[in-house]
Design a protein around this ligand. Structure first.
Ligand code: FAD
Ligand code: NAG
Ligand code: NAG
Ligand code: NAG
Length: 512
């Protein structure tokens, strides 16, 4: 049954199915018009802009699109959706891989927050007040301009603040300073009954806990207040590339995870590995590009990376086909720029490309020996088992004994559930934007690696909502992956704050 039909049936209107989506859409549009809410009408280029996803595989058509510029517009839009039994979804930057900002299915009311994007830093407290529609790039520029401040967040400049912060937000300051959501002081939220509430440590603290990890399920955040940090003075951006055969990959992975989990890795060492098939650079074997951002001096970097670097170099396969220095000292703003577009590696990149594909995540600790051997065997064969698409994994060592995720913030401080995990994996598999991604082949191909790790390790792994994965099922099925240990508490809060399910996409926290 279509979502629209199920709403009608639930309302006892099954006999009036002939109303159809056009008239429901008309009613929502009329309601927005009556309430003076700016909107993008179907058939206009603004409408197409508001529904365009970052991941071209996930295309959906909303019933209506509101383009608020004020909190009262958002309140009125929520009321229009609720009155008509239409699900409401906020869209900030539109970068969700399951396109949940446009509903994750057809027939929702999208509240596109792109015009609510102000950033103001208080010169005295250094608290930043930020609109949800700001993009990470604009946020970083504004924090720089208004007092050379910073907040830990992700690397891609077009990701929206709203979706990113409410579900985590890791980047090249996370190992030493925490997640984006750890810097939230206060959220202004429009709730299901169109009230405006403040959530903070002292106001609605339960809601504040829920918003920092599962925020999309509880309302529309219309304003954030963040603590900010001074910018780090100097960052060493580094890229240590290898092309490895199976033996090297097995030993190299052990060196990576041993170093990532060791006390010898200081908190300033933000570290990850990018893995793909060598063929895309014309080399045989699997690419392991170890990279990261060390906050500190070059001399300190050389000293603290040495245990890992020596172990990896000893395996052979150092790939010197890239024309760039292994380490470059940059200031904070350049670290964001270069880390995102890899200009130090490949030269300046153009506009951020859209993608069409499937993304998956998992959270793991160090893998056991048998898991490493089996997974690296599968990875070494990936070029043969997946010759036609572009696969790329990013495994970020955001946890570990010196990570701010656990040393600075108590495990229960937010509904983000994965603080104690060492590694956050993003497994991506894409095709060119003019091609159609073969979901029937590509999704199982990617899922097999996570299945392998779960089977070998004998446990169910957590997953990261910011890498939303529609293949893991709806609501509770997905929720126990995204918020393990916290899901039941989130369900109770969902019932309290949105008992009717006004804010829903296929993977919002369920009401049962
Ligand atoms: C190119 C690219 C690079 C990325 N890099 C990183 C990275 O470095 N680190 C990282 O952690 N993640 C990264 N991500 C993932 C990113 O954090 C998530 O996709 C994030 O949810 C996007 O937020 P958005 O506002 O752009 O997305 P949207 O699609 O607009 O929103 C995502 C979800 O949040 C909800 N939402 C949005 N705004 C609000 C609001 N104001 N109130 C309540 N709910 C809201 C939406 O309804 C939807 O469910 C990246 C993604 C891409 C595509
Ligand atoms: C705040 O500080 C910034 C830069 O440090 C300065 O440009 C701006 O004028 C200051 N604003 C106020 C209101 O003092
Ligand atoms: C991988 O490369 C190393 C170093 O060149 C070599 O000693 C080893 O035999 C190779 N292993 C395989 C499986 O090809
Ligand atoms: C709106 O919902 C909240 C949470 O359920 C409740 O506390 C509040 O009283 C409601 N406000 C109105 C005006 O109904």
């Amino acid at each position: 049954m279509s979502p629209l039909l199920s709403i009608l049936v639930a309302l006892g209107l099954g006999a009036q199915q002939c109303l159809g989506s056009a008239s429901l859409s008309d009613r929502v549009i009329q309601c927005l018009t009556t309430a003076d809410v700016p909107q993008a009408l179907p058939g206009t280029s603004e409408f197409d802009k508001s529904r365009s996803p970052h991941n071209l595989r996930e295309q959906f058509t909303p019933l209506a699109v509101a383009l608020p510029t004020t909190v009262s517009h958002v309140q009125a839009a929520v009321a229009c959706g609720r009155k008509n039994g239409v699900k409401v979804n906020p869209r900030s930057g539109g970068h969700n891989y399951g396109s949940h900002g446009i509903g994750g299915e057809d027939g929702h009311l999208v509240v596109d927050l792109r015009f609510m994007n102000d950033v103001k830093v208080d010169n005295c407290t250094h608290i930043a007040t930020v609109g949800p529609g700001a993009k990470l790039g604009n946020l970083a520029l504004a924090l720089d301009a208004q007092g050379k401040r910073s907040i830990p967040h992700g690397l891609c400049p077009k990701v929206g603040v709203g979706g990113h912060v409410l579900h985590g937000g890791w980047g090249y300051s996370t190992h030493n300073h925490g997640l984006f959501l750890d810097y939230l002081e206060e959220v202004q939220l429009v709730t299901a009954n169109s009230s405006v509430v403040t959530a903070s440590a002292t106001k609605n603290p339960q809601l504040f806990w829920a918003l920092r990890g599962a925020g999309m399920s509880f309302g529309i955040a219309t304003r954030f207040k963040f603590r900010t940090l001074p910018q780090p003075e100097e960052i060493q951006l580094f890229y240590i590339p290898f092309i490895w055969n199976l033996t090297q990959a097995q030993a190299g992975w052990r060196a990576f995870q041993d170093y990532a989990a060791s006390k010898a890795r200081p908190k300033e060492m933000n570290f990850r590995v990018v893995i793909s098939s060598g063929s895309f650079l014309g080399a045989e074997g699997t690419i392991f590009l170890f990279e990261g951002a060390y906050h500190g001096s070059r001399a300190d970097y050389d000293r603290v990376i040495k245990p890992f670097r020596d172990a990896a170099i000893a395996l052979g396969g150092y790939a010197d086909m890239l024309q760039y220095p292994e380490v470059t000292a940059v200031n904070y703003m350049d670290s964001l720029l270069y880390a995102n577009n890899n200009a130090l590696l490949f030269g300046p990149a153009g506009a951020e490309p859209l993608e069409s594909g499937f993304y998956k995540s998992m959270l793991t600790d160090k893998l056991s020996g048998p898991t490493v051997d089996a997974l690296m065997t599968a990875v070494s064969n990936a070029g043969q088992t997946n010759p036609s698409r572009f696969w790329l994994w990013i495994v970020s060592a955001i946890g570990g004994p010196n990570s701010a995720l656990t040393t600075m913030f108590p495990a229960s401080s937010t509904s983000y559930s994965h603080r104690s995990s060492l590694l956050l994996w993003e497994l991506g598999d894409t095709v060119g934007t003019t091609e159609t991604y073969p979901s029937d082949v590509g999704i199982p191909w990617t899922n097999q690696f996570v299945d392998l790790v779960e089977k070998k390790e004998g446990k169910t792994l957590g997953m990261y909502y910011n890498y939303a994965d529609p293949s893991i099922g709806d609501h509770g099925k997905a929720g126990r992956r995204y918020w393990p240990g916290n899901y039941d508490r989130l369900v109770a809060l969902k019932r309290a704050w949105d008992g009717e399910g006004v804010f829903e996409n296929p993977q919002t926290v369920g009401r049962r």
